[in-house]
Design a protein around this ligand. Structure first.
Ligand SMILES: [Zn+2]
Length: 258
């Protein structure tokens, strides 16, 4: 088993730290800052085994060099020369074994063109490290890719086991939920989840990880085929929407303006 804990960074980033239970071996995901990670490593005398990267944005890669000064470990990430510290470039279908756990690599362009995700199909604990592609109740902004690309990327997630634990890299849940409620005001699961997340945030706890099952029940960006989402988005733009990709495109556009 792996334990996974968030190391808060910047205003609302989480650097997820995976640890093999019963050992001091850890891996960190998207270390945008080195200091909070180094603090954890030193306080608990942990051994950094590798760094995983999902995409090239500075708040995900900015701490890598300083971590490598501390421990020269392999750096897994997208096959994108812009991230010059990557030692193990990955593609769709690549697999990565860290902490004795094997992760499959999914290419999920949209937020950026180089974005990848890591999925471990362990029978006891399937988990998805999705970076900025998926958030709880939201998805990444389309900085580089098209709505079609992002729709296809997110479709890879909806086919994963419903119990998969999902680890996005930002605490955006409450703001995303306000938007999701505007799209689907009658979604009861959304109301219940919002109340729960408000309680968590009031006591300073993360709303993450989430699960694929929960996101499929509440995340408008995974629900483009639901009549209630189509209805909400079509009403907002006062235009008919013929297919799920069009619904997704307009939902993303609406959120950008929300
Ligand atoms: Zn990003």
């Amino acid at each position: 088993m792996l334990t996974v804990v968030p190391i808060p960074a910047f205003n609302d980033n989480y650097i997820w730290m995976l640890q093999r239970q019963g050992t001091r071996r850890v891996v960190v995901v998207d270390p945008g800052q080195a200091e909070p990670v180094l603090k954890q490593l030193q306080a608990q005398q942990l051994e950094l085994e590798a760094i995983l990267v999902t995409h090239h944005h500075q708040d995900h890669v900015g701490g890598i060099k300083a971590l490598l000064d501390f421990a020269p470990v392999p750096v897994y990430g997208p096959d994108n020369p812009v991230i010059d510290s990557i030692t193990q470039p990955l593609r769709e279908g690549s697999s990565v074994t860290v902490l004795d756990e094997t992760f499959q690599v999914l290419e999920v362009p949209g937020h950026t063109l180089d974005h990848i995700a890591y999925f471990s199909d362990s029978a006891t604990q399937p988990l998805l490290l999705c970076g900025d592609s998926l958030f709880s109740a939201g998805c990444g902004r389309l900085f580089e890719g098209s709505a079609e690309q992002m729709f296809t990327s997110l479709s890879k997630y909806t086919g994963l086991s419903p119990e998969t634990q999902v680890y996005p890299t930002h605490e955006y849940t409450l703001a995303n939920l306000n938007f999701a409620m505007a799209v689907e005001p009658d979604n009861l699961a959304l109301h219940e989840y919002q109340s729960w997340c408000i309680k968590l945030r009031e006591t300073g706890q993360p709303t993450l990880p989430t699960t694929i099952a929960r996101e499929m029940a509440i995340n408008p960006f995974l629900r483009s085929s639901e009549p209630s989402v189509t209805k909400g988005v079509a009403k907002h733009f006062a235009m008919p929407l013929a297919d799920p990709v069009s619904v997704f495109r307009q939902t993303r556009l609406w959120k950008d303006q929300f």
